[in-house]
Design a protein around this ligand. Sequence first.
Ligand SMILES: [Zn+2]
Length: 85
Amino acid sequence: MWCANVEWSEIDCGEVLSLLERYVDDEVPLEAREPIEQHLVECPECLERKEFRVRLQEIVRTKCRRAELPPGLEDKIRSALARTV
Ligand SMILES: [Zn+2]
């Protein structure tokens, strides 16, 4: 993984990924957001994962407000998440 050559960031992909869920939920303190955002600017892999989570969160929120999840969607989300992590 090319992210191992971190010169441009104080935190690595593992740390970003472990914080990503809370970051997307806006639960990361401000001082921790900055290095994450910096990392996302320079790491397409983590950016892609972050955007995936943001989209997923939007989908879940929208669907949950309007109606129950369609059959199979929950499984799809679960397996998608399992692939991402
Ligand atoms: Zn990364």
